[in-house]
Write a new protein. Structure first.
Length: 258
């Protein structure tokens, strides 16, 4: 019964994505026809050409998502360790404060930062867009790693310290390997959150940083549903690859059932 429910949930999640497939290979598809009038790879040829901009946007989107998720995990590690393993005044308020960028609309936060980006010359740059993407990515990484640190056995690192290991050596050789599945999950979650950003990229990029979400919406707005179908399929692929890689890492780290 449980596998059937899992497959049903997966089917319901994928159902809205099915129209991308016929649109990506259609040559003319007009209402009220249930199927396209013909099939063609012309949309793929245009999208993959320098004029279509797919490959350039794919590289830019991947680079920004990788940078934002890596920076978020690196910044979240010390904060998550303190929040997960230390008791101090204001800890609860700090945890609630981490949710502020998630609760406040991203566009409002980005508009507030636009002046800062303009003064520092980061508007319209990959660095500026990456910094803006850190706003929604960092809370997820910090909260996830905080939960992992809270459940981590601190005795093992303390034992390594008692045997003469330095704090850095004990952390890198004992704690980090134990956190590896959680780090992979936090990185993958951050990558997917950054990957899907549209409005912050539009504002911070000032039209000079072209990512897949921006390109996809541009072709949808121009009525080119065939090229939008191609972009939609390509847009889904890297996210699925990252998610599958992270889930495999987590699965390998889990103990096998007896």
């Amino acid at each position: 019964m449980r596998p059937a429910l899992i497959w049903l949930a997966a089917a319901l999640l994928l159902l809205p994505l099915l129209p991308f497939f016929p649109h990506a290979f259609a040559r003319g598809w007009f209402f009220p026809s249930l199927l396209p009038q013909g099939w063609s790879l012309d949309a793929w040829g245009y999208a993959l050409s320098p004029t279509g901009g797919l490959l350039a946007a794919l590289g830019t989107t991947t680079l920004i998502a990788a940078l934002a998720s890596t920076a978020a995990v690196a910044l979240a590690l010390p904060a998550a360790r303190a929040l997960g393993q230390r008791a101090f005044p204001g800890r609860g308020a700090m945890l609630m404060g981490l949710l502020a960028p998630v609760i406040v609309p991203g566009l409002a936060v980005t508009m507030g930062l636009q002046g800062v980006l303009a003064r520092t010359g980061l508007t319209g740059t990959i660095a500026g867009v990456t910094l803006v993407h850190l706003i929604p990515v960092l809370p997820y990484a910090t909260l996830l790693l905080t939960a992992l640190f809270a459940g981590l056995d601190q005795e093992e690192e303390a034992a390594a310290r008692s045997l003469g290991a330095s704090p850095a050596a004990a952390f890198t050789r004992i704690t980090l390997p134990a956190l590896a599945p959680g780090l992979a999950a936090a990185w993958a979650l951050g990558f997917l959150v950054s990957w899907s950003q549209y409005a912050p990229t539009l504002v911070a990029g000032a039209g000079q940083v072209q990512t897949l979400p921006l390109l996809l919406f541009a072709f949808l707005g121009s009525g080119r549903s065939d090229i939008a179908g191609v972009l939609g399929l390509v847009y889904l692929a890297p996210g699925l690859i990252v998610l599958m890689g992270a889930s495999r890492t987590i699965t390998r780290a889990l103990p096998r059932p007896a």
